[in-house]
Design a protein around this ligand. Structure first.
Ligand code: ACO
Length: 329
């Protein structure tokens, strides 16, 4: 396959958008309430700050704002969308889906909409769904959104987890490659994996009270750290091999933004120079399913990531779940 132009990809990237809450909590703000330090957080995770939603900045609100910007960037109307997929682990309500609220907000009357829950891998899973929906002819224009209100499910008394997470949303608009329904050579680029035996390594415990009484994140940090490097590395290898492409053909890699040391571990494993690895965890912290589209949009708009590039996205999260995909920006 020739991945140096868009003809080999089932999806054409049309545009992106993102939203970050106004309120920023810097590391130096935390020791007033928590037994921690800026130095500890920076050296262990690379994080310097995180955005925290107000009560109005719900998951659906942030998802909607990111979608409005993405539609503007893509120069298409909400009524052109055939589908909206929201990857989130912090939906406003158990049901209906966050995507339903987003659809109503932007009046995407023609679209069918749903949420997908694969924790931090959610955006890669959603991207894979979009590839397959386009290849099958089910949809042409799709909005893929990652949106998270993680700070409502952290225990602000647990210094081992609360310093790591932040809120935000990112959206991309993709369209079918005109050839994709007729050219059998074009296939989905994504590969997904799960191992439910990792269920208790990272989960939300409903008995831990938070201000919103949603339960809070419990994590075996060391185990997740090791698995993240291992599994994301495996996903990258499989995607390269199955798509018959080498790491040198990749212009940028956007890994899930959980921890700068995890990202460095992946970069080292593939000998990737730092300019090929997109990093925003320092200023966004871990925004779970939102982290990849947020990093994509921010780095595209500030020109860290250049157009006409082949990009590999890779994620790993609770479940555990992991996977990777290719896209042409
Ligand atoms: N401030 C100060 N000290 C702290 C803090 C804190 N915020 N948190 C923990 N400590 C202390 C611990 O209590 C421990 O003290 P002790 O030695 O006296 O017992 C010490 O620091 C070391 O703690 P460790 O847990 O061993 O630290 P480690 O080097 O493993 O780093 C971390 C912890 C950052 C959580 C790391 O394990 C990690 O990044 N894991 C990956 C987790 C992750 O990214 N999860 C996100 C979701 S999953 C995903 O997105 C892939």
């Amino acid at each position: 396959m020739d991945y140096s132009n868009s003809n080999s990809f089932p999806l054409i990237f049309l545009g992106s958008g993102s939203y970050l809450p106004q309120h920023v909590i810097k590391n130096i703000d935390l020791p007033a309430h928590l037994d921690t330090s800026d130095e500890w957080i920076r050296t262990r995770s690379g994080i310097t700050q995180r955005h925290k939603s107000s009560s109005e900045e719900t998951t659906s609100f942030m998802a909607t704002q990111s979608l409005i910007k993405a539609l503007d960037h893509a120069k298409i109307k909400a009524t052109d969308l055939d589908a909206i997929i929201v990857a989130t682990t912090t939906a406003d309500h158990t049901f209906p889906s966050t995507a339903a609220r987003v659809q109503a907000n932007v009046k995407a009357d023609k679209a069918f909409v749903f949420d997908i829950q694969a924790a931090c891998s959610g955006f890669v899973y959603a991207y894979s769904m979009a590839e397959n929906m386009v290849i099958s002819g089910q949809a042409k224009h799709i909005a893929i959104i990652g949106a998270e209100h993680m700070t409502k499910i952290v225990d602000w008394n647990d210094r081992g987890t609360c310093v790591l997470f932040g809120d935000g949303a990112g959206a991309i608009i993709v369209s079918s490659n005109n050839q994709s329904n007729v050219n059998e050579k074009i296939k989905a680029t994504s590969y997904l994996f799960s191992d439910g035996c990792g269920y208790d390594k990272l989960y939300v415990d409903p008995t831990i009270k938070t201000p919103e009484e949603k339960g809070a994140i419990v994590m075996d940090g060391k185990e997740i750290f090791k698995k993240a490097i291992l599994k994301m590395g495996q996903a990258i290898e499989v995607v390269l091999e199955k798509n018959n492409i080498s790491i040198e053909d990749i212009d940028y890699i956007i890994p899930h933004q959980a921890n700068a040391r995890i990202i460095k571990g992946i970069a080292d494993r593939f000998n990737l120079p730092s300019e090929k690895v997109i990093v925003t965890v320092d200023v966004h912290a871990n925004t779970s399913a939102a982290s990849i589209p947020l990093a994509l949009d921010v780095s595209l708009k500030n020109r860290t990531l250049k157009n006409n590039s082949t990009v590999l996205i890779v994620g790993m999260g609770a479940g555990i779940t992991w996977g990777a995909s290719l896209l042409r920006i």
